[in-house]
Design a protein. Structure first.
Length: 577
């Protein structure tokens, strides 16, 4: 900041503090002009107190208009309408104007933006871009200071907060922030210079930076040595994250895998791939037109370093398409699939991407933002195949909320399952629950309880329970039952003490059909019952996982994390054979 010329309009405590902070960041005092209600604070004035004397300029300027000529930045902490469009026009190229008087700024947003196109502008108001608000700093500065029992809040801690906020502004913006402000795509630039006050990441970014600075500057009375644990503690306070997701993420970071993203030119999938890369979860591979993806990355301010792009329809992928086609035709020859037909299929992203996993060119595959589920499910059966011993595969969602972790199945694949399919779904779900380090306690749901209705789906669920209990006497599973009996242990135990679930809290719900499962999952998600992860496929031979058209960036990142863990376990199984 050495050569930046700054004008500060206002001489109160906030103005003095900000100006001193600019100097800490490298601004030269001779390049700073401060003004009060009487004009420029100059060495020629005789009415200055000690604080103002520190900022008095030797430059031959007396008015705000004179000070603004050739300035690079204006900081207003004063009153409304003291800045004119002509003053803004007299500033240097690409000037910065922070007009922070409340409720009305030193110049209105409309006048300022109309004065020149290269202006970088911010106010203290929430109804315009770039709201500068104390809430961006104070709560988190205090949080970091209190957590290390700092004896004071010094300049080093303030400076750390400033740098943390500035760094966060350049990160990809979570969907929760876009949604909170009714926006679709916030990216760093003229209209997004600073994080939004409702960005939940401020808690961890700023508090941790402040705590570190307090320790480094010697004013902390309590040391923090495990910063990851401290971050987790902060996230628990906020309720923004949950332990289950963090456990998945940490496991994936230990052994990141190559993950193929089918819809590489979809903004959410591109952002999710970049986020997963940045978090160390995987090595992303994007399928799609490389020029289109590169253009989109520029628009979204995403760095493509470390992300592989495969244009599956380009001529340079012809030999790989032929190779994949021969393998697929060999697998499905008895079903009438020829090599020529298989070559045509390899121009489709789901066939090509799944063949990458099937042949070992990648470890996992994420799809679903564009393609209909029915088509994707069929491709998965053809290319990857269902695990031995099963007639179907299924999908489940994981709900992590106040009452703990709940597993829901089948939320995607089987529309009107038969008794045999319900049996497979229950067994696959139990294995998946154990995979996620939980002991399954399973309720198979219906609108009836334990044979009170003997027709339709209740009868199919009832028969599936009979088969499972005979085949797996130690499995904690029972039904059919209504969902209130499943989730209320005391109600269930008092009414039906004979169940295998007596005294147990159910953590796994198997639904009688796709309609009820999907409705329940969507309802729980929309009512904010907790963080929902899924759909997670169970029962395919290799890691292929699905998203849907409504998936947020965080949804896709969560599924990617699960896919990486799935790939890690799959690799270990193969090595053990």
């Amino acid at each position: 900041m050495e050569d930046i010329r700054i004008v500060v309009n206002g001489a109160g405590a906030s103005a003095s503090s900000c100006t001193r902070l600019y100097m800490e960041l490298g601004a030269k005092r001779e390049n700073i002009v401060m003004c009060d209600s009487k004009g420029v604070i100059s060495v020629r004035r005789t009415d200055l107190n000690r604080e103002k004397q520190f900022f008095a300029t030797e430059r031959e300027v007396n008015t705000l208009a004179e000070a603004m000529a050739g300035a690079d930045m204006f900081l207003g902490l004063s009153v409304a309408d003291v800045l004119t469009p002509e003053m803004v026009q007299s500033m240097n190229d690409r000037p910065i104007v922070f007009a922070l008087a409340n409720p009305n700024p030193e110049i209105s947003y409309e006048k300022a933006k109309a004065s020149r196109p290269d202006l970088i502008f911010a106010t203290g108001r929430s109804d315009y871009p770039n709201q500068i608000n104390n809430v961006l700093g104070f709560p988190y500065i205090f949080r970091g200071a209190l957590d290390v029992r700092a004896t004071t809040i010094n300049e080093a801690m303030k400076l750390a907060a400033v740098k943390a906020i500035a760094s966060l502004a350049k990160e990809s913006v979570p969907d929760v922030v876009n949604a909170a402000y009714g926006l679709t795509q916030l990216t760093y630039g003229q209209d997004y210079l600073i994080p939004k006050p409702m960005d939940p990441r401020l808690l961890t970014w700023v508090s941790i930076a402040v705590a570190r600075a307090a320790i480094a500057s010697g004013v902390a009375r309590k040391a923090i040595t495990d910063w990851e644990e401290y971050k987790n503690h902060l996230q628990d306070l906020m309720g923004y994250d949950n332990k289950l997701v963090r456990q998945f993420t940490e496991a994936a970071r230990q052994d990141p895998k190559r993950v193929v993203f089918a819809e590489g030119s979809h903004p959410n999938m591109l952002k999710a791939a970049a986020t997963a890369r940045d978090e160390g979860i995987c090595y992303p591979i994007l399928l799609g037109n490389d020029e289109r993806i590169a253009k989109l990355a520029i628009e979204l301010h995403i760095d493509l370093e470390g992300i592989e792009i495969v244009n599956l329809r380009h001529d340079n992928e012809m030999e790989r398409r032929k190779k994949y086609a021969k393998i697929l035709a060999g697998k499905r020859a008895r079903e009438g699939v020829t090599v020529d037909e298989a070559v045509d299929k390899m121009f489709e992203r789901n066939y090509f991407g799944m063949m990458m996993v099937e042949t070992g060119d990648a470890d996992a595959f994420i799809t679903g933002l564009y393609t209909k589920y029915s088509n994707t499910i069929q491709v998965a059966k053809e290319v990857i195949g269902i695990r031995e011993g099963y007639n179907t595969f299924a999908a489940m969602h994981i709900l992590s909320g106040k009452r703990g972790t709940l597993f829901l199945a089948d939320t995607l694949i089987n529309r009107s399952p038969s008794t045999n399919i319900l049996t497979d779904v229950a067994k696959l779900t139990c294995e998946a629950v154990q995979f996620f380090a939980h002991e399954p306690v399973v309720a198979m749901l219906s609108y009836s309880n334990f044979g009170s209705d003997t027709e339709g789906s209740p009868a199919r669920v009832h028969e599936a329970i009979r088969t499972l209990q005979e085949s797996f006497p130690d499995m904690a599973i029972d039904g059919e039952m209504q969902v209130n009996f499943a989730l209320d242990r005391h109600l269930r135990d008092s009414k039906y003490p004979f169940t295998r679930l007596y005294g147990k809290d159910v953590n796994t719900l198997v639904f009688p059909n796709l309609t009820s499962a999907n409705i329940a999952q969507k309802m729980l998600q929309e009512t904010g019952s907790g963080e929902m992860i899924g759909p997670i496929q169970v029962g395919l031979k290799k890691p292929v996982h699905f998203t849907d058209i409504e998936s947020s960036v965080r949804d896709i990142v969560n599924i990617t994390t699960v896919a990486v863990i799935d790939a890690i376990v799959h690799r270990k199984r193969m090595q053990a054979r």
